[in-house]
Design a protein around this ligand. Structure first.
Ligand code: AMP
Length: 249
């Protein structure tokens, strides 16, 4: 069984994101970029399935600029077997990503595609769902636990106020939630080994997908700055401010 794992290159989650002066997007120059945290969880889960003997091959796919190869190398250093880089210089919306992944899935024939539940840059939370629809496969989204039993995957999902357990037939698309696992750090020997693992490079056009967007970003702006707080001297003053200034009681 083969697993395909899309890995997106995004601004590192520790970086304080700055909006460009012209409000057309966020500053990317000289900013640390890393693998989307949910995709690290997907890679970790795929590798664990391989270590358990359920899966034979883990293929990492990244779509975007040339530097996405670094993201794929990280996946290879964690334990993925090979990479596919779909080279595209420019913004990509989830539907285009899903169409590209659909063509790769048709070509590669994976049994499972493990997608992050959302990319922390656009927060779209759309790609996995669109991919499952394009493929006509079942999907289990926001999974926090999976068990593979023959042709079925038993998946526990995080839903509002609790957990839902369902089964989905293979082939299937899964999207990963934070609590599925804790991704490993790549060891130095594995980082060295990853340099020799193959990465195939193609373009959306090679795959017959038009990468142009249907969505247009009109404006990106900073959230409003919080007003300074007020210190109250006693409970009476607090109640007075809540009643007469904030008017919430
Ligand atoms: P989104 O729907 O944009 O929130 O992204 C959800 C997931 O889709 C991510 O966690 C990735 O697994 C995958 N994905 C989105 N964009 C890309 C990309 N450019 N390259 C690889 N995977 C992607």
């Amino acid at each position: 069984m083969k697993v395909l794992v899309p890995v997106k290159r995004v601004i590192d989650y520790n970086v304080k994101v700055r909006v460009k002066a012209d409000e057309t997007g966020v500053e990317l120059a000289n900013v640390k970029m890393s693998m989307n945290p949910f995709d690290e969880i997907s890679i970790e889960e795929a590798i664990r399935l391989k270590e358990a003997g359920t899966v034979e091959e883990v293929v990492a796919v990244s779509i975007g600029v040339q530097q996405c190869q670094e993201t794929i190398r990280t996946a290879l250093a964690m334990g993925a077997d090979r990479g596919i880089h779909v080279l595209h210089d420019g913004d990509l919306e989830p539907l285009v990503v899903a169409k590209i992944l659909k063509v790769l899935a048709d070509k590669e024939g994976p049994s499972i595609i493990i997608v992050g539940k959302q990319a922390i840059d656009d927060d779209s939370n759309q790609t996995g769902q669109m991919l499952a629809a394009l493929l006509g496969w079942g999907q289990a989204t926001f999974v926090s636990k999976i068990d593979i039993d023959g042709e079925n995957i038993k998946a526990t999902r995080e839903v509002d106020g609790g957990l839902e357990t369902l089964t989905v037939k293979i082939p299937a698309v899964l999207t990963t939630d934070l609590r599925l696992n804790e991704p490993r750090y790549a060891s130095l020997p594995n980082i060295m080994k990853a340099k020799k693992k193959p990465i195939e490079q193609v373009t959306p056009e090679d795959l017959g997908v038009d990468p142009s967007n249907r969505l247009q970003v009109l404006k990106v702006s900073e959230p409003p700055t919080r007003e300074a707080g007020v210190k109250v001297s006693d409970v009476g003053e607090l109640v007075d401010k809540l009643r007469n200034t904030a008017k919430v009681i």
